[in-house]
Design a protein around this ligand. Structure first.
Ligand code: ADE
Length: 249
């Protein structure tokens, strides 16, 4: 059975269009996963098909009403689980979440528009509330696409080269090392000589040092979470003259 993604959204075309055009599109055509969009507007009962209303307590904007969302979830018997609600007030979505979800059978992404979704609907139907970053989008759709792509690319068979998953950013709690391709010299800048040496141990050590230095300079929070640098890692950075952040970095 292929991996199932359901997206609850007022903009089903935006979600389906992206899923069709990216690498995800080919993977769906090959049967590795399937996407279904569900529009809460189809679960409204009134003649105006109202999905939003003014917020209790006052304030700007409109809030998505609970009934269409809860009715939708309760009337689709094979809805994919778990259900994740996208909101800037959620906990940060991480690569560890993507790995955990890709190991399951699917997921449902609940997108809010306007100022958000009535919290009772979220509490009733969502297993988790997640954010894709400390910034505010106009709605949950782009966030849902981020989560969908991060998860589906890890589903077995979707990516051609599964080795590349081991080394990429966050694989070991570190940022990825820099990549280079031809030409060997471009605008006066040389590809690091070690990468052209054919010495696989030296290349691995250089890449490891680059990952550690990048993470230390750009994401000290990630480095702290894995317990900082070990004595061996400090020595590796020293040896590659990466002991201090370069000026401007
Ligand atoms: N909806 C609006 N902004 C969002 C964010 N940063 N993450 C998840 N959902 C959102």
């Amino acid at each position: 059975m292929s991996f199932a993604v359901d997206v609850i959204t007022l903009f089903p075309e935006a979600v389906a269009d992206y899923a069709r055009t990216s690498i995800l599109g080919r993977a769906a055509a090959e049967g590795h996963w399937r996407l279904r969009t569900l529009d809460p507007r189809s679960w409204t009962a009134d003649v105006h098909r109202t999905v939003d209303d003014t917020p209790y307590g006052g304030g700007a904007g409109m809030v998505m009403r609970p009934e269409p969302i809860v009715d939708l979830v309760e009337s689709v018997p094979d809805l994919a689980r778990p259900v994740l609600a996208l909101t800037p007030a959620g906990r940060p979505f991480t690569q560890a979440d993507a790995r955990r979800l890709a190991a399951g059978t699917g997921l449902t992404l609940l997108c809010g528009r306007y100022e958000g979704i009535d919290q009772r609907a979220v509490d009733l139907v969502a297993n988790e509330e997640v954010s894709v970053g400390d910034f505010v989008l106009a709605g949950g759709e782009l966030a849902a696409l981020c989560v969908m792509e991060a998860v589906v690319r890890l589903v077995p068979g979707v990516l051609g080269n599964e080795d590349s998953l081991e080394e990429e950013s966050f694989g070991a709690g570190l940022l990825e090392y820099p990549h280079y391709t031809r030409p060997a010299t471009y605008r006066g800048r040389d590809v690091p000589a070690v990468l052209r040496s054919g010495d696989h141990a030296a290349i691995a050590a250089w890449r490891r040092a680059q990952s550690l230095a990048r993470t230390r300079d750009r994401r000290p929070d990630l480095l702290a979470r894995r317990g900082g640098l070990s004595a061996t890692e400090r020595e590796l950075l020293d040896r590659h003259r990466l002991d201090d952040p370069a000026p401007g970095e």
